[in-house]
Write a protein that binds this ligand. Structure first.
Ligand SMILES: C[S@@+](CC[C@H](N)C(=O)[O-])C[C@H]1O[C@@H](n2cnc3c(N)ncnc32)[C@H](O)[C@@H]1O
Length: 307
């Protein structure tokens, strides 16, 4: 059922142009799409690669993997694992790495995946439904303090404390939360102010999703891995959808795109920079009006240096 739902690829031309930008005609070598989704970027990359190009894609979601099996191009392969496994590729082997972070529309729009407060379904939110704990399972044993920290840190929610207390009180009185509607109702009761145009459960759902999928830790690991995997001149292109992700990407690029002097050894040569920041791009007004889900996207592009 989920596989019938569509995903509109964000920044399709911009991302593929940025990734292949330095490569010349008929690019060869190994290219990485770290977030296959429904394959919008992957299919476009394959159209642009030459006969000696290869595309290796990753996704955690079994339904994305199923969709990927429809691509019969011999230059393409898919791995059902988190993109921190970029680190398993041989050093210096990748001509470019693309990451289009977050969830796909089929994930959000499928009630049975439990990502959205807009539909009632099981409180799951795992990208990889074949392993790990669902949100409902985690909430049956997590302590108030842990729940509050997750909702505050990953949702930037002012009412994290009252929401966490309400979750635990409900668990003790009536048993654990099982569905998205139960959580959304409970949060609506605990959040005392309203942000215009935003459901009061938005921040809590975002926080629990980021936590249960270890999204920020895995992003940091994958960015580090990209440094060893990218060949000199290879591009890193990352599209993020909220400020917590973008901050990590921005700081990572900034940290590796300056020469670092050791203050204890002022005459020693600086540690050489590993990246050059090339671009920061947002969707055009036309793209946002055609696909409102693209409105919060920010794409950052960096290039691996020769060093
Ligand atoms: C925004 S969608 C990608 C859409 C894709 N670019 C397209 O055009 O169809 C993000 C995808 O990345 C996957 N994903 C998110 N974090 C991941 C991670 N850490 N490792 C592997 N896949 C991940 C999700 O399961 C989802 O399918």
């Amino acid at each position: 059922m989920t596989s019938e739902l569509q995903h509109t690829t964000v920044l399709l031309d911009e991302a593929v142009d940025a990734l292949l930008g330095g490569a010349g005609p008929e690019p060869a070598g190994t290219w990485v799409d770290a977030t296959f989704g429904r394959g919008g970027h992957s299919r476009r990359i394959l159209l642009r690669l030459g006969p000696r190009g290869r595309l290796v894609a990753f996704d955690k979601d079994p339904e994305a993997i199923h969709e990927a099996t429809r691509i019969t191009d011999a230059r393409f392969s898919i791995r059902h694992e988190g993109f921190r496994h970029l680190a398993d590729l041989p050093p210096g082997s990748a001509a470019g790495v693309l990451m289009d972070l977050g969830v796909s529309s089929p994930q959000i729009d499928s009630p049975e995946r439990g990502f959205s407060f807009r539909f009632d379904g099981p409180l799951d939110m795992r990208m990889d439904t074949t392993r790990g704990e669902s949100v409902a399972q985690w909430l049956t044993t997590a302590e108030v303090q842990q729940i509050a920290e997750v909702i505050r840190d990953y949702g930037e929610e002012r009412f994290a404390g009252p929401i966490a207390k309400a979750i635990v009180a409900r668990r003790e009185e009536r048993g654990p939360l099982a569905t998205t509607a139960e959580l959304a109702d409970l949060v609506a009761g605990a959040v005392k102010t309203r942000e215009s145009g935003q459901n009061p459960a938005t921040r809590t759902f975002q926080a629990l999703r980021i936590f249960i999928n270890a999204e920020l830790e895995e992003l940091q690991q994958a960015l580090e891995a990209s440094l060893s995997v990218l060949q000199p001149g290879g591009r890193l292109v990352v599209i993020s959808f909220h400020s917590l992700e973008d901050r990590i990407v921005k700081q990572f690029i900034a940290q590796h795109s300056k020469e670092v002097y050791d203050r204890r050894m002022p005459f020693a040569p600086p540690k050489v920079m590993k990246l050059v920041a090339l671009d920061r791009i947002k969707p055009s007004a036309a793209e946002v009006s055609a696909n409102p889900r693209s409105r919060s996207a920010i794409m950052r592009v960096a290039e691996r240096t020769e060093a």
